[in-house]
Ligand binder design. Structure first.
Ligand code: FUC
Length: 742
């Protein structure tokens, strides 16, 4: 969209409502079965996929702690837990005179409803369906509220008494649904002792409702409101074997409390809460022609992937990543898994697990820069809650025994669940990669208490793990033994991926120790070890080597770009500091290409990598290709069958890197701005050092930049060759012009 730039950037972007109209995914058909078309809502823990058939509403329900599995460490994938589908809400509507207008058959409706539209408005986190049938205009809304802990679904019409039909609440584990009064409920318990409850109240305005045989029938209702809550007895506490209080009373209370509130009050509280996070960042990349915005999102995305020229859909994709993270990762809950929290199977691909060799980290790349630091917390909480079983398993594993006995610290296999269960191959350096997130949370936010109590001890423990595990080469340089470039090549010493991750980790540990002024001697030891690590190397065709031996194949189009960790998410290789390595990284990245094995999340990573290498056009090309039908579903979920959410989160992070970078002790404005975004504005990106930044640009250059300093201190700014330092005070706001002058 085009907004007034410059002087009014803060005023205009500050008003969340100014963006609302365009941040909508909409479709002219109901969603088909599966996960590629239905639209997601979620309150961080409890979520739904809305299918929106006019004759039958179907909402797939998920609760993020609904996992099978128990403490185990095994190379057999099937031994770890599976993320489960909770159930579904089914509402068969015979409404008004519309019976017969559509033929209902689960998920396969033939559409004959005039003016049908289903939409997800990201700005209000509300799903809606509208259509006309039999002379009546029907409207449905659905949202998942964090403050009230419920999902609310409301059916309305412009004529009284227009709704008749049945409501069902169905579990996926052969539970019996009990219907009593105006409520439906099912509950169950898995072999691992996980108890769960789902309850729904059906509130009819006018008309009648009647419970019977696991269903509720409603007749001649003017409006119908469904209030649904779910919970489990899971708690992120190993000492309690991950079991907390019975969810029954909690769920009952949430449904009763929300049912007693007017719908408008529930909706207002939901929007206020959601927007307190969502409205922190706004983005304007330009105006989309009306013939494009007139297209439903599925058609529009196809045209965009082929022809580009749709900055609004790029903004939508950017904000979708933020919307999804807010909807599936809130303080107190579990982090986003491979599918966020949306899942329609009890045997989802890869168990819908936490995948440590790129996927779960990519889920959280956006959290700090895209101003959702709170949504990062569930990742730390889950990791911390798994440390005891991970320590035990690491210490028991043959491969980690040290000369002096058992290893200190912990590491984790490639896949893990939430009950101390992990499986498949050990991903040795995933411990250090996890630590990078703990460090980022401090680096962006500056909370020293968090650093002292949470991050530092975790970082130190992983230094202890690596300190005794590194192997010295005859020349004294250090290598990570028996490492693996994820899913590529053999296990061997000195693989670049592992070297770079440990380098990053040791650097972050040293920085953390300096901030806290602790462990000076140990810090010096770790710094010295870091400097001895075998570093990046340029190979025979000018590439950045993936292994110590120079055997990279220029025709290899593998989806992983693990040896480029040093470029992003690491910062060992940068254009300014290590230009030869940056050039080699670009050579490698260009060669890895965008065909064959390259898909979904690979494009998001490549976007961020090219952004760090200041290749704006390639970064944008990767973004555009992510939206092709091969890589993105019609509901804009990342497409790695059936879907994966890492690409959604990753692309938001990639766009942040295109617009602003802060990994070199300075804020680099518009380091990778493609030609298709000559003018635009972004508000509210976060930079390391506790700064919040708004940039308005024109002719490809920043015209006005506003910095809000949270912590005070010098703020170094750069745009190409122009650099400036602003002395800031905590709480101060500072504006600079095109020349970076106040
Ligand atoms: C990694 C990737 C795969 C997939 C899986 C869940 O192993 O290599 O492409 O994303 O995670």
């Amino acid at each position: 969209m085009r907004i007034a730039l410059l002087a009014c950037v803060v005023a205009v972007l500050g008003a969340g409502a100014a963006w609302a109209g365009d941040l909508t995914l909409w479709y002219d058909k109901p969603a088909k079965k599966g996960m590629n078309e239905a639209l997601p809502i979620g309150n961080g823990k409890f979520g739904g996929l809305v299918y929106a058939g006019p004759k039958q509403e179907r909402i797939v329900l998920n609760e993020s702690s609904l996992w099978t599995g128990a403490e185990i460490s095994s190379d057999n994938y099937d031994k770890m837990g599976w993320y489960q589908m909770l159930g579904e809400v089914l509402v068969d509507v015979a409404g008004g005179d519309s019976a017969g207008a559509v033929t209902a058959a689960q998920g396969k409706e033939t559409l004959d409803a005039e003016g049908y539209r289903r939409a997800l408005d990201l700005a209000t986190a509300t799903h809606s369906v509208t259509y006309r049938s039999g002379g009546v205009t029907f409207r449905r809304e659905a949202f998942a509220s964090n403050p009230d802990g419920v999902m609310v679904i409301r059916f309305t019409a412009d004529k009284p008494a227009s709704h008749s039909g049945t409501v069902q609440l169905v579990g996926t584990h052969k539970e019996t649904t009990v219907a009593a009064g105006n409520a439906l409920q099912f509950s169950g318990e898995f072999d691992n002792g996980l108890k769960y409850v789902t309850k729904m109240a059906v509130i009819s305005d006018g008309g009648t409702i009647q419970a019977g045989d696991g269903k509720i029938e409603f007749k001649n209702s003017s409006s119908l409101t469904l209030v649904v809550a779910a919970g489990t007895n899971y708690t992120m506490d190993y000492a309690r074997q991950y079991r907390g209080g019975d969810p029954q009373a909690r769920v009952k209370k949430a449904v009763a409390a929300a049912s007693a509130k007017p719908y408008d009050a529930l909706k207002a509280a939901h929007i206020k809460d959601f927007q307190s996070l969502f409205n922190r960042v706004a983005l304007d990349l330009g105006a989309t022609p009306a013939d494009r915005t007139a297209l439903p999102t599925d058609q529009r995305k196809v045209v965009y992937a082929e022809k580009g020229g749709d900055p609004d859909i790029e903004e939508l994709m950017f904000q979708y990543g933020r919307y999804l993270l807010i909807s599936c990762s809130r303080p107190g809950g579990l982090p986003a898994n491979l599918q966020g929290l949306w899942n329609d199977s009890n045997k989802p691909p890869w168990h819908s697990d936490y995948h440590t060799n790129i996927n779960v980290q990519m889920n959280y790349w956006l959290a700090e820069p895209a101003n959702l630091a709170e949504c990062h917390e569930p990742l730390f909480d889950l990791i911390r809650s798994q440390l005891e079983p991970w320590r035990k398993a690491t210490q028991a594993a043959k491969e980690f025994q040290t000369a002096s006995g058992k290893p200190r610290g912990w590491t984790v296999r490639t896949s893990h669940g939430i009950h101390g269960d992990m499986a498949w191959q050990w991903d040795n350096t995933s411990n250090a990669w996890y630590c990078q997130h703990f460090w980022w949370h401090y680096a962006f936010g500056g909370d020293k208490e968090y650093l002292r109590k949470v991050a530092y001890p975790t970082l130190k423990e992983i230094c202890e793990f690596w300190e005794e595990r590194l192997k010295a080469l005859p020349d004294g340089r250090l290598v990570i033994p028996n490492a693996w470039s994820p899913e590529h090549g053999p296990h061997e010493d000195g693989v670049s991926y592992s070297q770079q991750i440990v380098y990053d980790h040791f650097s972050n540990y040293v920085a953390a120790g300096e901030v806290l002024g602790v462990d000076q001697e140990y810090r010096a030891k770790i710094a010295a070890m870091r400097d001895k690590l075998v570093g990046p190397k340029v190979g025979k065709w000018g590439q950045l080597q993936e292994w110590m031996t120079d055997r990279d194949d220029p025709n290899d189009h593998h989806r992983h770009t693990s040896h480029l960790f040093a470029v992003f998410p690491g910062n060992q290789v940068t254009v300014a500091r290590t230009p030869e390595f940056a050039a080699a990284a670009k050579k490698s990245l260009d060669a890895r290409g965008d065909t064959g094995d390259v898909r979904e999340w690979s494009f998001a990573w490549r976007t961020a990598l090219y952004a760090r290498l200041h290749d704006a056009e390639s970064a944008h090309r990767m973004f555009q290709q992510l939206l092709s039908n091969r890589n993105t579903c019609l509901n804009l979920f990342g497409l790695h069958p059936p879907m994966q959410m890492d690409g959604n989160f990753g692309i938001t992070a990639g766009i942040c890197e295109m617009l602003m970078q802060s990994h070199e002790n300075e804020i680099n404005l518009l380091p990778a701005l493609p030609q298709v975004w000559p003018a635009g504005a972004v508000k509210g990106l976060r930079a390391r050092g506790g700064f919040e930044v708004d940039i308005a640009w024109k002719d490809g250059k920043p015209a006005q930049t506003t910095i809000r300093s949270k912590l005070g201190g010098p703020c170094k700014l750069r745009c190409n060759d122009v650099a400036a330092t602003i002395e800031t005070k905590a709480g101060g706001t500072y504006t600079v012009d095109a020349a970076l002058k106040p």
